[in-house]
Every structure is written in structure tokens, then in C-alpha cells.
Design a protein around this ligand. Structure first.
Ligand SMILES: Cc1cc2nc3c(=O)[nH]c(=O)nc-3n(C[C@H](O)[C@H](O)[C@H](O)COP(=O)(O)OP(=O)(O)OC[C@H]3O[C@@H](n4cnc5c(N)ncnc54)[C@H](O)[C@@H]3O)c2cc1C
Ligand SMILES: *[C@@H]1O[C@H](CO)[C@@H](O)[C@H](O)[C@H]1NC(C)=O
Ligand SMILES: *[C@@H]1O[C@H](CO)[C@@H](O)[C@H](O)[C@H]1NC(C)=O
Ligand SMILES: *[C@@H]1O[C@H](CO)[C@@H](O)[C@H](O)[C@H]1NC(C)=O
Ligand SMILES: *[C@@H]1O[C@H](CO)[C@@H](O)[C@H](O)[C@H]1NC(C)=O
Ligand SMILES: *[C@@H]1O[C@H](CO)[C@@H](O)[C@H](O)[C@H]1NC(C)=O
Ligand SMILES: *[C@@H]1O[C@H](CO)[C@@H](O)[C@H](O)[C@H]1NC(C)=O
Ligand SMILES: *[C@@H]1O[C@H](CO)[C@@H](O)[C@H](O)[C@H]1NC(C)=O
Length: 588
């Protein structure tokens, strides 16, 4: 371990000017105070401090990302997903749709937020998703064509770690080499790549090859694009937007180990909250900082509604039951939470060259890590995922959808994400065997849940209810999704490779058996959103307007995944700087 530390520490030591201790803050008054130094918060802190006249304080509950090896080495990311200091140890409430199970619900707890622990797939969504945001909010700024310039400001298209020729693996026309956050194609070939490509040739109508899934039309199967740099390192919102080029800006102040408890009301009618209360480090002492211009919440789909509710901003009656005084009655805070359920099918395969062999063998893993440390090469330059991703739709003629509104945002919007893995994921690793694993996620759930408080203590864990598979349509869509995985693996190219289906998935005999498997085994693909939904300025429901201002409260915005709504755009990409730039423009 010492060797690892030295190898990493020397180049990184000089990077960051971060405050580890609140006593070191030079002042307690800033132009902007951003709560949450995650994916969105780091982008905002960067963009706002481009203007030297603005001082910004970024408050992050978790530690710094600097030198955190499992966050840097892409393959090791999955080792800190849950039960680590870098992840909030959330679990959901018992989910009726999952046979009463309560499941792990990770969110990043460090600078860079979930972009410091996620699986790094870079996906912009479909043009339908964005156009749908524009039409439902009445703000054309959110349309696919109008967000292009922000995708380009964000993206720094880079050579993959192995510098292989990438011709035919993407469409250069839809990418940018002038942004901040690195995006690359896979930097290490995987043994199943050829069979995945062959599947698109053998089953072209169901699984067509898609040259570039970030063109606005993601449908099909293509090479994965990831927020990984040309040295095979994670490019998170923190490594990029708070990287060495920016962290020393004199107007930027980043305080870690600082967990916000609530917003402090600074004026009545209209109720105004230009101060923030937080605890820092190992003490329970509460501190207050003030914002001259605005407070921005970027604490994510769970964290941001949590802070609003603890501040008395939410449903008056629900807050009263917890003994929290209502400050602003805004009933949708924490409501409309939606997430994408996921499940896998596993096959035992006739190969020893899968990640099962690697993860089972500590000696081999150490050798592969050495290759990463010494050369920034080898299997560890990629996450545990495969080098391809698929996006597919259920036919509207399928009996599940016949006569219903399409749950996706339009004809170019997939119902499913398909992840092929060269090895087992999502199950405890069996002592022997090698596997092929196809994972499907339902991208357009119609079920809705909520984030609510469990007590008036702002530091008590919230109640997270994503409402998984509560609506029968979601269960049926998942069931059909599993059939799509079976279609995929039935392509002739897999015949010699696959030996047999591996448990726990039962032999397919009936729809009921598949549904039982889903209820028993489905989990999250980590994409909660909607808990502070954005809606049109004059709309009744919703929490923020299209400029992301909290409705009815001046000088307060929410900028993170919580403002997005399901079925009208899935997820922010790993770097939602679009919103940051919209804010900047709104201010100008
Ligand atoms: C394991 C995992 C894998 C994923 N894989 C992918 C993927 O491959 N591709 C993809 O596009 N998306 C993926 N996602 C989703 C994606 O990472 C998130 O949607 C996105 O990062 C959310 O950004 P955000 O800014 O809304 O929140 P976050 O990035 O989670 O940021 C919130 C920040 O606020 C901090 N915070 C919370 N509460 C407080 C408080 N009270 N005080 C101070 N700070 C606080 C948190 O510690 C965190 O740093 C994945 C997510 C996870 C968890
Ligand atoms: C910063 O403030 C100065 C003095 O008020 C002003 O002249 C300048 O235009 C401002 N810069 C920006 C980028 O707003
Ligand atoms: C989560 O739990 C692990 C132990 O399982 C602990 O080390 C870590 O500090 C916890 N994370 C947080 C954010 O509390
Ligand atoms: C990558 O490969 C190209 C073409 O083979 C070559 O011109 C370039 O110098 C290489 N770059 C790096 C960083 O190795
Ligand atoms: C907090 O406590 C931990 C464990 O006791 C210690 O390692 C760390 O240095 C402390 N942090 C601060 C800021 O005092
Ligand atoms: C695995 O492949 C080898 C070599 O092609 C073949 O001899 C063997 O029969 C296969 N095993 C199984 C279980 O299919
Ligand atoms: C583990 O990997 C090492 C290094 O590649 C190899 O020598 C050894 O045989 C492997 N062990 C097992 C049990 O496969
Ligand atoms: C699955 O089907 C095969 C072949 O019919 C049978 O041998 C096997 O026992 C079945 N497995 C389960 C778990 O039912």
C-alpha cells in the first residue's frame, strides 16, 4: 500500500487548495454559496468563478477526491459503491414492488459527488428527451439543439489509453476537443468485443450497430464512451472542473467535511434564505455563512430535497407532523422521485478470460494494478463494464404497450439500456466459473416515489422510497426487457461461447416466473431524479422553474439531478454543466 501511495502522491500533492477545516475560511460572506460539491456543484463553482468578481464557497459533506485510488482507477470504482467513506450509506424503505426488500442506495460522498464513484458511461440522452424538456417547461433553452453548445463546452474528447485507431467507433462531428471533462472510447480491448459487434451483424433489426449513441439518436448497440481520460484515469466533475487549472482561483473556496443542515431564513415576505447552516469536521458545532447574491443547492436527488425540507420548505402538513416549522409551503419538494430498476441474466461461458478470473485472484489483480500504476495501461483503465452499450425499444405493437401512451419521451428514446459484461456483476462472485452477464435497466419507469424526512434532526437519514415497480406497467416492461436480453444472447455468435444459463434466473417457462425473478432480484442502476422537479414558470406543480429558481423564493436555486423529470430525459450526463451555463446566462 505504501508503494501505491507514493506513486500517486507525488504528482498529485500540488493540485489542490481545499480547506479541510472551517477555521481556515478567510471570510463567512460570499457572493454564492453552493451546497454540495458533487457533479453539478463542482461545475457551477468553476463556471461562476470564471468571473473574478464573484466569490464562491462550495460546501461538500464528504472528503476530497485527491489521492483516493479507487476513485481514480476506473476498474476499482465499484469497490467504493457502497459501505465506503465515499458513499452515503443510504438504503431505501421496504419496496412493495421488490417483495418488500430494502436495497442499498449509494450516492457519492466526496468532492465530485456521484461522478467520483459512478461507472462513467457518458450518455447525453436522446434529442426527444431534451426537446420534451423544452416543450414541457416552455423554455426553448432546454431543447436538443440549444444544449449542444453546452455539451461541447463540457466535453474534452481524448485518445483512449491504448491509443488504438478509433475510426469507425464514433462520429467526430458530434464531439468536442475544447471542453473540460475528458471523454474516451475504451482503452483496453475485451475478449467479447468481437462477439458483441457480431451480434449487431447477425441481428441487425433488433440490435443495429450505432456509430455514436451521443448523436441524439442512441438506439442500437455501439462502443461505450466514458468519462475517462487518455491516461486511463477517471475524469470526474472534481478532477476536471476543480482540477489544478482552477482550484487556485482566489475567488474559489472549497470546504470539505462540511455537511449542510438547513438554509437560514434572512427575510420575511417573500421568505428569503441567504444563509446556510452546516457542521464541519468531527464536531457537531453549527456554523453559518451568508450569500450576497444566491444560495444554490447541488446536493443531489436525495440531498437537495433533504435540505429544503429541513429548512421548512415543503409540504406544510407533513413538516408539521415532524415538528418542523413551515417556512414556505411547496408541496412537491421530495415528491415525484423516480429511478431506473435493473436486473441481470448470467451465463456460464467456455473461457477463462473474464473478469471473474481477475477478481478472484489477488496476485493477478496486483499485477494488473501495477500495469496501471506503471504504464496507465491494462484492464484497469476501464470500469468493470463492457466496451459496448445497447439502447433499445419495445415495439409499440407489443401487447404491453398496445393502446398506451409511449412511456419514453419519443421515438428516438430507448425504453432500455443494455450493458454486456465480460464476467459476473451484481451477484456474489462464485468460487469457480466464468460468466457472461447481460444487464437491462428500465429507462422510462412510470412509478413514482419520494424523499421525506424521518425526523426533525437534519442529520438523520431520510426516508428514500423510489417506488420501484409499483406500477404494473414497469414490471411488464422489465419482463419484456429480460426477453430482449435472451434475444441478444441467442445470436449465433454466442453459441460456442455460452455453456448454460447460470442461476438465480430460473428456466424461462412463464411470464409469471420471470416476474417473480424481477421482484426478488431487481435493484437500482443509480439514477434517481425528479425530487425537485422543474416545471414551467406558471405551472401548478414542480419545485423549480426552467431557470432552476425555487418557486416563490428569491435568490435560491437547485442545480442538480433532482430537477430532472423521468420520461422527459433520463439523467444528467456525468457532467451537467448545461445547467451551470444556463444559470450564468440567466444572471447576465
Ligand atoms: C454507483 C453509481 C454509478 C453510476 N453510473 C453512472 C454512469 O455510468 N453514467 C452516468 O451518466 N451516470 C451514472 N450514475 C449517475 C450519476 O453519477 C448521477 O446522476 C450524477 O452524478 C448526479 O449528479 P448530482 O450533481 O445531481 O449529484 P451528486 O453528484 O451525487 O452530488 C451531490 C453532492 O452533494 C453532497 N451533499 C449531499 N448532501 C449534502 C449536504 N447536506 N451538505 C453538503 N454536501 C452534501 C454529496 O456528498 C455529493 O458530493 C451513477 C451513480 C452511481 C451512484
Ligand atoms: C468586475 O467588476 C469591475 C468593477 O466593478 C467591472 O469593471 C468589470 O466589468 C467586472 N467584470 C466582470 C467580468 O463582470
Ligand atoms: C459507510 O459505512 C462504512 C462502513 O461500512 C463507513 O466506513 C463509512 O464511513 C460510512 N460512510 C458514511 C458517509 O458515513
Ligand atoms: C497515437 O497514435 C497516433 C497514430 O498512430 C500517433 O500519431 C500519435 O502520436 C499517438 N499518440 C500518443 C499520445 O501516443
Ligand atoms: C476526524 O476524526 C478522524 C478519525 O478519528 C481523524 O482521522 C481525522 O483526522 C479527524 N478530522 C479532523 C478534521 O479533525
Ligand atoms: C470449450 O471449448 C473447448 C475448445 O474449443 C472444447 O473442447 C470444449 O468442449 C468446450 N467445453 C464446453 C463445456 O463446451
Ligand atoms: C493467479 O494469478 C497468478 C498470476 O497471473 C498465476 O500465476 C496463478 O496461477 C493464478 N492463480 C490461480 C489460482 O489461478
Ligand atoms: C433448467 O432446465 C434444464 C433442462 O431442461 C434442467 O436440466 C435444469 O434442471 C433446469 N433448471 C432449473 C433450475 O429448473
Amino acid at each position: 500500500m505504501l508503494r501505491l501511495f507514493l506513486a500517486l502522491a507525488s504528482p498529485l500533492l500540488c493540485l489542490a487548495k481545499l480547506y479541510e477545516d472551517v477555521e481556515l475560511l478567510p471570510t463567512i460572506s460570499f457572493d454564492f454559496v453552493i451546497c454540495g460539491g458533487g457533479t453539478a456543484g463542482s461545475v457551477l463553482a468553476n463556471r461562476l468563478t470564471e468571473n473574478a468578481n464573484y466569490s464562491v464557497l462550495l460546501l461538500e459533506a464528504g472528503p476530497s477526491n485527491v489521492d483516493v485510488l479507487p476513485s481514480i482507477v476506473p476498474f476499482l470504482g465499484s469497490t467504493i459503491t457502497s459501505n465506503s467513506p465515499y458513499s452515503w450509506n443510504y438504503t431505501t424503505t421496504a419496496q412493495p414492488g421488490l417483495n418488500g426488500r430494502s436495497i442499498d442506495y449509494p450516492r457519492g460522498h466526496m468532492l465530485g459527488g456521484s461522478s467520483s464513484i459512478n461507472y462513467m458511461l457518458y450518455t447525453r440522452g436522446s434529442s426527444d428527451d431534451w426537446d420534451n424538456y423544452a416543450s414541457t417547461t416552455g423554455d426553448s433553452g432546454w431543447s436538443w439543439s440549444n444544449v449542444q453548445k453546452y455539451f461541447r463546452k463540457n466535453e474534452l474528447w481524448s485518445l483512449p489509453a491504448d491509443n488504438h485507431s478509433t475510426a469507425g467507433e464514433y462520429d467526430p462531428k458530434v464531439h468536442s476537443v475544447s471542453g473540460v471533462n475528458s471523454v474516451t472510447l475504451p482503452g483496453y480491448p475485451q475478449p467479447i468485443d468481437n462477439m458483441l459487434l457480431q451480434t449487431t451483424k447477425e441481428l441487425p433489426s433488433e440490435f443495429p450497430f450505432n456509430l455514436d449513441m451521443n448523436s441524439g439518436n442512441p438506439l442500437g448497440v455501439g462502443w461505450a464512451q466514458s468519462t475517462i481520460d487518455s491516461l486511463g484515469q477517471r475524469s470526474s466533475s472534481a478532477t476536471s472542473y476543480l482540477g489544478p487549472k482552477y482550484i487556485d482561483r482566489p475567488n474559489l473556496h472549497v470546504l470539505v467535511h462540511a455537511q449542510v443542515s438547513r438554509l437560514v431564513q434572512t427575510a420575511q415576505s417573500p421568505a428569503t434564505f441567504k444563509a446556510v447552516e452546516f457542521k464541519q469536521g468531527n464536531t457537531t458545532t453549527l456554523h453559518i455563512v451568508t450569500a450576497r447574491k444566491e444560495v444554490i443547492l447541488s446536493a443531489g436527488s436525495i440531498g437537495s430535497p433533504r435540505i429544503l425540507l429541513s429548512s421548512g420548505i415543503g409540504d406544510k402538513r407533513a413538516l408539521a407532523e415532524l415538528g418542523i416549522a413551515s417556512t414556505v409551503h411547496l408541496p412537491d419538494v421530495g415528491q415525484n422521485l423516480a429511478d431506473q430498476a435493473t436486473i441481470g441474466v448470467y451465463w456460464e461461458v467456455n473461457s477463462t478470460d473474464t473478469i471473474d478470473t481477475l477478481t478472484r485472484n489477488a496476485t493477478l489483480s496486483a499485477q494488473v494494478l501495477d500495469d496501471w500504476l506503471d504504464n496507465r495501461q491494462g484492464r484497469f483503465v476501464e470500469s468493470i463494464l463492457g466496451n459496448f452499450v445497447g439502447w433499445s425499444r419495445l415495439s409499440l405493437d407489443n401487447s404491453v404497450l398496445r393502446g398506451r401512451a409511449d412511456p419514453a419521451s419519443g421515438p428516438k428514446s430507448p425504453h432500455y439500456e443494455i450493458l454486456p459484461l465480460n464476467g459476473i456483476g451484481g451477484l456474489p462472485l462464485p468460487p469457480t466459473g466464468n460468466f457472461f452477464n447481460l444487464v437491462v435497466a428500465l429507462l422510462c419507469p412510470v412509478s413514482r416515489g419520494s424523499v421525506t424526512l424521518s425526523s426533525s434532526d437534519p442529520f438523520a437519514p431520510p426516508l428514500i422510497d423510489p417506488g420501484f415497480l409499483n406500477d404494473p406497467l414497469d414490471l411488464e416492461m422489465m419482463r419484456e426487457g429480460i426477453k430482449i436480453l435472451l434475444d441478444f444472447a441467442a445470436a449465433p455468435t454466442w453459441r460456442k461461447y455460452i455453456i448454460e444459463r447460470y442461476q438465480p434466473f430460473p428456466n424461462v417457462t412463464t411470464d409469471a416466473a420471470i416476474e417473480a425473478y424481477i421482484r426478488n432480484s431487481a435493484s437500482t442502476i443509480f439514477h434517481p431524479l425528479g425530487s425537485n422537479s422543474m416545471s414551467a414558470k406558471d405551472a401548478e406543480g414542480g419545485v423549480v422553474d426552467p431557470d432552476l429558481r425555487v418557486k416563490g423564493i428569491p435568490f435560491l436555486r437547485v442545480v442538480d439531478g433532482s430537477v430532472l423529470r423521468e420520461s422527459a430525459g433520463r439523467q444528467y450526463t456525468s457532467s451537467p454543466n448545461e445547467a451551470a451555463d444556463l444559470i450564468k446566462e440567466a444572471r447576465a
